[in-house]
Design a protein around this ligand. Structure first.
Ligand code: SF4
Ligand code: SF4
Length: 319
């Protein structure tokens, strides 16, 4: 066994120890022209809505080697961490997407990947942790690293495990043998497209953020639109599409056949906070800033701030 393959085994073992369910490696090179072209056309068509940050740093997005300063990057290590848990909110609770039921993954995973960074550095290598914090096409790299494929719902789908995963990467100059890219696809399934309440998956670009309830409830600034109009559908009132959701949407994951038997997260911080079981929209609307800060301390929900969450919780008439 070569030193490189021994290092690879140690990295995989360290990632599993940190709570990952799947780990893969890809050569750090430029993103291929097809995927880069798709991304550029998607942005040019305005599908990113108000997420202007997705247009920043195109040179780095094209070439992840630029993320490692003072060293020549060889490898993108991709780790997939399940956030799935089987607890459910009560039927009349304000619905919050599962990924936000626990603590903010940015904080949790960065801390957990630190042991891998330290391991690489102890071997004389450079390493940079990326947890949604760098202009990296992470699902593309997850495919390249053999972790899974990108579904029609634009989620990374891990075969036999589903899509309830956070991705985190380490860019390093360690020359680790790459894994085979994943070549699977959705085939002729279209359940998520049919089920999407906003019609976001019917757009010519495959996904229009401006019609996605996750985008609208988390990323969108200002008032919410009264109606949503997919390219091939009649306008639908937002209140009908939104239902009881106040933060994110899981519909295109709930209907996906790959999520029939997802693995439970190995990370306690991703389980549901007790308050969320029965948190109603009325309770959100009556929240003070102090309540919000206490209930959502170290939670991804803080992204909307109290005003954004209350905007989402208002009951709208069907006009
Ligand atoms: S998160 Fe919801 S609204 Fe967005 S694409 Fe998926 S099903 Fe549609
Ligand atoms: S529901 Fe079907 S089409 Fe959509 S992501 Fe899952 S497998 Fe793909």
């Amino acid at each position: 066994m070569t030193q490189h393959s021994i290092l690879k085994q140690r990295l995989v073992a360290a990632a599993m120890e940190a709570g990952a369910h799947k780990v893969g490696f890809a050569h750090a090179v430029e993103v291929d022209a097809d995927n880069l072209g798709y991304y550029q056309r998607w942005i040019a068509a305005g599908n990113n809505g108000g997420m202007g940050y997705l247009e920043n740093h195109p040179a780095v997005r094209r070439d992840p080697r630029k993320l490692l300063e003072n060293a020549e990057a060889h490898t993108v290590m991709v780790c997939a961490f399940s956030y799935y848990h089987s607890e459910t909110q009560s039927p009349d609770a304000a619905r919050i997407a599962m990924y936000a039921h626990g603590s903010d993954y940015h904080e949790v995973l960065r801390q957990r990947l630190q042991t891998i960074k330290t391991l690489l550095e102890s071997e004389g290598c450079s390493a940079r942790i990326c947890v949604d914090s760098a202009p990296l096409m992470e699902r593309y790299w997850a495919v390249r690293a053999g972790i899974g494929f990108i579904g029609r719902n634009r989620m990374l789908i891990v075969p036999h495990m589903g899509s309830y995963f956070f991705l985190a990467e380490i860019i390093t100059d360690a020359p680790v043998e790459p894994d085979e890219p994943c070549t699977l696809s959705c085939g002729d399934c279209g359940r998520c497209t049919a089920a999407c309440p906003g019609g976001a998956l019917r757009s010519p670009g495959g996904f229009d953020s401006r019609l996605c309830l996750s985008y609208l409830t988390i990323e969108h600034c200002g008032d919410l639109p009264a109606t949503l109009t997919a390219s091939d559908g009649a306008p639908r009132p937002l209140c009908k599409a939104l239902g009881n959701r106040v933060y994110g949407c899981d519909e295109c994951q709930l209907v996906c056949p790959h999520n029939a038997n997802p693995p439970e997260t190995a990370i306690a911080e991703f389980h549901m906070r007790p308050t969320l079981h029965t948190l109603t929209r009325e309770r959100i609307l009556a929240m003070t800033q102090a309540d919000f800060s206490e209930i959502f301390a170290h939670s991804a929900v803080k992204r909307t701030k109290l005003a954004g969450l209350q905007r989402n919780a208002i009951r709208r008439s069907r006009t």
